[in-house]
Design a protein around this ligand. Structure first.
Ligand code: SR1
Ligand code: MG
Length: 416
């Protein structure tokens, strides 16, 4: 048969374009070998993040469903930031690696399409985005245990402590992520110290406070610079890179970590610190909005306990796995594990401060804070978080227990 005789059917999905809900249904019919019956598919775009489109596609006859995650060439908010449209290919690879290390806490991936820049994954309808649940004052008793398992099991095996050094270097190369790292370098590590991109969002009543406590504090800026260079140069482990409560699907007895598109090799404390910071943001929401005193103190105590447990469980699991699985001869030297963990905790404290501060003054605020309607209360809690955040950054080497983090927040909540 000559080439011209071959019946190659062309498809509208042979070339990338930004899909809407109708396109996603057509895509599922043509490209996904998932639904037995495609006569009654329905699709809703449910993404609430800043970057991607998330289509939930359901077969209304059988109720079988999946999620199709699709990248655009720009951020959703039309920030003018151009992104690499193939970023969800990298994200998929990271999810597959996370699946290898920690299958219970990561969604199952069905397929990836490098032309349309989308991937299909398990629908997690029985789970809720954790941030949404937290602003409804829900707490989750197994969260600390699950998230510390996820962090230790996905982070430590990609360090030089455990992984063969040549393999690790190859992985570092594979997961270099300059465009998304640049977003964090700007939004987390630069703009909070001086509104350099002129994008910061600050309440009018907070302008003087922010000026004085953030933009005019040179000692804070120097520590921010040290943390920024650590973020850019310390290729310690393959991070999730954006491990906040909007990247976690949760239910009473389990969770799934999603969205590792900011993944790259960086300092472990960046992931751990992001989790703790976002719990403090939830704390702030409860502190400002729950009117019933008993309910407020119960919610706040639950969040504080969770933070304490996260630090303690992380330390225990980290040291245990380190001792069981270290392969590098020098890393096995007595005392090295504690020194290594101390460095991780120092980076953690710095990252807690950075993440809290950038979610208050930066261009990517979070619902925990923006949904506090009373501006006076919002300003008050923002001051508490900024002062505590500064303490975490400036005194980061002193934070070695969860209790210490909580004590600092309580201290500032009493004096503002
Ligand atoms: C322009 S992207 C803004 C933020 O959304 C992501 O989830 C990251 O946290 C990023 O900093
Ligand atoms: Mg995300």
């Amino acid at each position: 048969m000559s080439k011209t005789d071959v019946n190659v059917e062309s498809s509208r999905f042979d070339q990338y374009f930004l899909m809407d809900e109708n396109d996603a249904v057509e895509y599922a019919k043509e490209k996904l070998d998932f639904f037995e019956d495609t006569t009654n598919l329905e699709c809703k775009e449910i993404g609430d993040g800043n970057l991607n489109y998330v289509f939930k596609i359901v077969d209304k006859n059988s109720n079988k469903s999946l999620i199709l995650k699709h990248s655009g060439e720009d951020t959703r908010a039309k920030s003018g930031r151009k992104l690499n449209v193939d970023r969800n290919g990298d994200e998929c690879k990271v999810l597959q690696l996370h699946n290898k290390y920690c299958p219970e806490l990561v969604p199952e991936i069905y397929m990836y399409d490098e032309v349309m820049n989308c991937y299909a994954m398990e629908d997690l309808s029985d789970y809720t985005i954790m941030r949404t649940a937290l602003v409804q004052n829900k707490t989750f008793p197994h969260f600390a245990d699950n998230i510390t398992t996820f962090m230790v099991d996905t982070l430590l095996p990609t360090t030089d402590v455990i992984l063969n050094h040549k393999e690790k270097k190859q992985l570092v190369e594979e997961h270099i992520n300059p465009i998304l790292c640049e977003i964090s370098e700007q939004l987390v590590f630069t703009d909070p110290f001086g509104n350099f991109s002129n994008e910061n969002i600050v309440l009018d009543s907070m302008k003087d406070f922010v000026e004085q406590n953030l933009y005019n504090d040179n000692s804070l800026r120097v520590e921010g610079a040290k943390l920024k260079f650590n973020f850019m140069n310390n290729a310690q482990a393959l991070l999730h890179g954006d491990l906040h409560t909007g990247s976690i699907f949760i239910k009473e007895d389990g969770l799934k970590v999603i969205d590792p598109e900011f993944a790259f090799f960086g300092p472990i404390g960046y992931d751990v610190g992001n989790i703790i910071a976002n719990l403090f943001l939830a704390w702030a929401h409860g502190f400002s909005t729950i009117e019933n005193e008993q309910e407020r103190s119960s919610y706040i105590l639950n969040i504080e306990k969770c933070i304490v447990d996260i630090v303690d469980m992380f330390k225990n699991k980290f040291i245990k796995k380190f001792r069981q699985e270290a392969t590098d001869l020098m890393a096995k030297s007595e005392g090295f594990d504690s020194w290594y963990l101390k460095g991780v905790l120092e980076d953690t404290a710095g990252s807690v401060g950075l993440e809290m501060i950038r979610r208050i003054v930066g261009v990517a605020p979070v619902e925990d804070i923006t949904s506090i309607k009373d501006e006076e209360k919002r300003a008050k809690v923002q001051k508490i978080l900024i002062l505590a955040g500064k303490d975490f950054i400036l005194n980061r080497s002193k934070y070695t227990t969860g209790e210490q983090f909580v004590e600092t927040l309580k201290k500032y909540s009493k004096c503002i």
